[in-house]
Design a protein around this ligand. Structure first.
Ligand code: IPM
Ligand code: MG
Length: 391
């Protein structure tokens, strides 16, 4: 069995205490699915199918409800996050999101309401201040990365991106009447830095004990507060080696020598940028899952976007969403074995040589390149196969 590197991490220590789960009891959970835009529908369909299969083979009862977000919701309700969607999320035990975004909003200032506002409001409303993005290398995919194999081997990074503050949310945010001046505001409070820093340090304690805090403290006052606060929190975690790094240097170090990193703690916008960059260590955005957690229900989503250029063509990679489901099973439901089963199935599909277009390389033969649906089916078949009771 493959060690479940990206999930072995943090869970019981950093997340809210959960009720004791008797393994013999059927677990009943409601999952709200937010397909969103572009490839969101295709990939969440397979995330839900994997959950359904896990429910069947491990005898849990997963109930699904779907709600609208993003462009899809603007079209239907003229609102990227309708109240019904918020309610469906608050009532759920976990949320699975596809992606939001549509090209009609780019370069069109007359469209004031954007799909992304739905996701940002949802993160804020649910208090999802910690965004976990594991950067984990599947051995099989080394050729899909543009970095050399020796730079990649055993990379295992866990990003803690602050998700409900910073320049994404600060006020004022406005445009002058003559439209020639624009303001965004970068604000952090000590409390906001401290609460995510604690989670990151706790995770680092259970991993390799190294934490890099990324900021721009040579220029930004908010980064100086960030750095001071992280330093203060570090006193409670003497076993963790804390390094501060400027974001420009971090962007360079990530591709120069990604193995130096274990846990990376950073703010909202730096985290957005650095995690897209880090996806290329793995080879494709199509492989990276994420979990956004706070004090209430958590949201699980692939880190890729809505990819409108490939939507509806059955070529999107569903594995980031399926791996997000693995994170959900572990973090939200504390179902370790079930989570591991999903992770192992993904790993085996890759070992068996199957690829979607984004992760195919020169050695992939034509008949090993799978569409979204065929990749989803492969994962499900493997889950069934590996959990079948021998007769
Ligand atoms: C992400 C995305 C979002 C972000 C967009 C869609 C608002 O890029 O989750 O990384 O910038 O946070
Ligand atoms: Mg992003």
């Amino acid at each position: 069995m493959v060690e479940h590197n990206f999930l072995h991490v943090f869970l019981n220590t950093i997340l809210a205490k959960r009720e004791y789960v008797n393994m013999k009891n059927k677990m009943k959970k409601t999952i709200t699915i937010l397909p969103g835009d572009g490839i969101g529908k295709e990939v969440t369909q397979w995330g839900a199918a994997v959950l359904q299969t896990i429910g069947q083979v491990f005898d849990h009862e997963f109930t699904f409800q779907e709600a609208a977000i993003g462009h899809h919701a603007i079209e239907q309700y003229n609102n990227p996050l309708p109240d019904e969607t918020i309610k469906a999320c608050q009532e759920a035990d976990a949320i699975l999101l596809g992606a939001v975004g549509h090209p009609i909003y780019d370069n069109n200032p007359s469209l004031k309401v954007r799909p992304e506002q739905g996701l940002l409001k949802l993160r804020k409303t649910l208090g999802l201040y910690t965004n976990l993005r594991p950067i984990y290398i599947f051995d099989e995919l080394q050729a899909a990365s543009s970095l050399k194999a020796e730079v990649l081997k055993d990379v295992d990074i866990l990003f803690f991106r602050e998700l409900t503050s910073g320049i994404y949310f600060g006020a004022p945010r406005e445009r002058s009447a003559d439209r020639e001046r624009a303001i965004d505001t970068l604000v952090y409070t000590k409390m906001e830095v401290e609460r995510i820093a604690r989670k990151a340090f706790k995770a680092a304690e259970t991993r390799r004990g190294i934490l890099h805090s990324i900021d721009k403290a040579n220029v930004l006052e908010s980064s100086r507060l960030w750095r001071e606060t992280v330093q203060e929190v570090s006193k409670d975690f003497p076993k963790v080696k804390l390094n501060h790094m400027y974001v420009d240097n971090a962007a360079m170090q990530l591709i120069r020598d990604p193995r130096q990193f274990d846990v990376i703690l950073t703010g909202n916008m730096f985290g957005d940028i650095l995690t897209d960059e880090a996806s290329q260590i793995v080879g494709s955005l199509g492989m990276l899952p994420s979990a956004s957690v706070g004090d209430q229900v958590g949201l699980y989503e692939p880190i890729h976007g809505s990819a409108p250029d490939i939507a509806g063509k059955n070529i999107a990679n569903p594995l980031a969403t399926i791996l997000s489901v693995a994170l959900m099973l572990d973090i939200a439901f504390d179902l370790k074995k079930e989570s591991q089963t999903v992770f192992d199935a993904v790993n085996t599909v890759l070992k068996n040589g199957f690829r979607t277009y984004d992760i195919a390389d020169a050695t992939t033969s034509e008949n090993q390149i799978l569409g979204t649906n065929e990749m989803g089916e492969q994962v499900i078949a493997l889950i069934k196969e590996t959990t079948a009771v021998p007769i």
